[in-house]
Design a protein around this ligand. Structure first.
Ligand code: SF4
Length: 350
């Protein structure tokens, strides 16, 4: 923590208490600040009504609150809501609210852009500009809750599946999970959180040992090394044998079933032979396979698999005793694929 310019949004109640004492305020003000930032969702110090006016004013001039602001909001007929949020330095990230029978999930970004270079992804096209702080990730949840509050709803699940590779921003991600779970903020059970990764093996082992039993979702997308390497450069550093070993360890250590995400790309990875190879790869431990219909990105040559083939693929995997679903497409009339909205805006301003 930098004493004269602390990142207030990324601090725990204990860190805020210590900081308040350092600047001559009663320690309890730190806990109060945390509670008002997250449980009450105060947009600014001015909204912390338990503070006297002079404290609100002095805090605003001493440490500006770097809340995210919405630059664009797209609402689909099914309730899916896509936000383009502006960070304090002018960078932008996307956050998506998705309706489900149980309530809303929010898809949170972890980086501005991404360096993993997956060949099917809109977010990787512009590369990574910087990591997000824990507070910037948490503020996406706060913003989502603010919108959902107007619909009489609130965030029920959080998926770190937006722009970025969360495990490439490990420390901030773990702090975000801790703050999200805190009883004075959103109090979200780790079981209602999913962390998605392209397959950074050492970080999967680390996360398994954090005692934060979140769901791990691995972007697999191919059942063999040569094919996966064509789609995901990360497979060069961490081939499938290492990745599956890490996933097995994650499942055994946390007791959580690992999810494998599998994009269905016409003529690339969607044959029944590919389905058999997938079964051979993951059949001996508790996992779930989620088939994802491809959402076209102009710069990428892939085409979506016909739905009949997606269903055949699903049937074969299920027949071998592996849980397998097809992801329902939500918000199709808006820029629904990860990174599309931000990329479009970046293109407009360039
Ligand atoms: S799919 Fe995920 S990890 Fe791969 S480039 Fe896109 S944001 Fe990064």
């Amino acid at each position: 923590m930098v004493a004269n310019d602390p990142d207030v949004l990324s601090m725990t109640p204990e860190e805020l208490e210590k900081w308040m004492a350092e600047i001559g305020e009663p320690r309890f003000r730190g806990r109060q600040l945390f509670e008002w930032l997250w449980q009450h969702g105060a947009p600014s110090y001015e909204d912390i009504t338990v503070w006297h006016k002079s404290l609100r004013t002095s805090m605003a001039s001493r440490v500006p609150l770097k809340r995210l602001t919405a630059e664009k909001v797209q609402l689909a007929q099914d309730g899916t809501t896509k936000l383009l949020l502006r960070l304090h330095d002018g960078n932008r990230v996307e956050t998506v609210l998705l309706p489900h029978p149980y309530g809303y999930s929010v898809c949170v970004s972890s980086q501005v852009g991404c360096n993993m270079g997956c060949h099917f992804c809109a977010s990787g096209i512009l590369g990574k500009k910087r990591n997000l702080s824990a507070g910037e990730m948490l503020d996406q949840v706060r913003y989502a809750n603010q919108i959902l509050g107007k619909r009489g709803q609130k965030v029920s699940r959080v998926d770190l599946m937006g722009i970025g590779e969360p495990l490439d921003n490990y420390d901030a991600m773990v702090k975000f999970l801790h703050l999200l779970h805190h009883p004075l903020s959103f109090q979200l059970s780790y079981r209602h959180v999913t962390v998605s990764t392209s397959g950074l093996v050492p970080a999967i082992y680390r996360l398994a040992d954090e005692e934060m039993p979140v769901t791990l979702a691995v972007s697999l997308h191919a059942p063999t090394d040569p094919l996966r390497l064509r789609l995901m450069p990360v497979n060069k550093a961490y081939p499938l044998s290492q990745l599956i070993g890490a996933c097995r360890y994650y499942g055994e250590t946390t007791g959580r079933r690992v999810t494998f995400e599998y994009l269905m790309l016409d003529g690339i990875n969607d044959s029944l032979d590919n389905a058999r190879e997938l079964v051979d790869l993951v059949h001996d431990f508790s996992c779930h396979v989620n088939l994802i219909p491809w959402n076209p990105v102009a710069e990428h040559p892939f085409k979506p698999s016909p739905m009949a083939r997606v269903r055949q693929f699903q049937q074969l995997v299920q027949d071998r005793g592996i849980s397998c679903t097809i992801r329902k497409e939500l918000g199709q009339e808006i820029d629904a694929a990860c990174g599309q909205l931000r990329r479009r805006e970046e293109e407009i301003v360039r």
